[in-house]
Design a protein around this ligand. Sequence first.
Ligand SMILES: [Zn+2]
Length: 307
Amino acid sequence: MNRIRASLIVLFILPLLFISACQPANKKETHYPLRVTTTTGMIADIVKNVGGKHVQVTSLMGPGVDPHLFKASQGDLQKLDDADLIFYNGLHLEGKMVEILKKIGKTKFVVAVADHLPKSKLLTAEKDQLDPHIWFDVQLWMEATNRVKHTLSQIDPQHRQDYERQTQQYLEQLEQLHEYARRQIGSIPKGQRVLVTAHDAFGYFGRAYDMEVVGLQGINTTSEYGIADVSGLVDLLASRKIKAVFVESSVPKRSIEAVVQGVRQRGHHVRIGGQLFSDAMGEAGTPAGNYIGMVRHNVDVITEALK
Ligand SMILES: [Zn+2]
């Protein structure tokens, strides 16, 4: 009898305690379908895939928007206020929204998808700041997907099975994407596997797919680059005879154009290999308008230009 009672406590009472501990105080009533607001489009894409018809997703940052510099407008604050649940990246990606998200977190579910990643899997950038660009390693993004699944299942346990099933399907696609990236990048000769971009967004990409990554600007687009950075890059490109450098959709092109000019003055030819999607996806309805298409686009552009 005592054992039965003990297992009843474990089965029913403890989960209730856990859930109530996670409920923010003064939380408003949740709607159906759940209204979810995300910061980046990549996170919105996870939520759509995991949540299906049980969620209504709005993302604050559209194509070409730089999350490091993004400030919430009055309209964005309304979208955050309307949401039952908010997902953001975390690790200081949304540097100008930290305070707002913290404040809203007192009355709503506000969850960072990067939050539960083991520290051993995260890269450190300059000044001990952790690199927030986790979506560039598809396997890390799979962990972020699981975080979204756990959160939706906790808030809306009625549809847990659907979240499980939809997550499984999405994870299978992501696993294939990871293999695709590995194969394609692996086909570039090792000496040419150098990725030169305007800002250091591709550190996780480089680690996951075995590429050397060099950025002109620090990890955060708010930091300035100097003449020394440009000439250092020019030296590297000229001495290693790198064929191409890349521009990014969410960062102004002029910095990388200055590098191309410098290399040409040294008599070596380097071209702009194409545009990569770094901190934002492409327009909705285009191939790079979802996460899988965005990663494939990047992998194809890089492989094509460097091979
Ligand atoms: Zn960035």
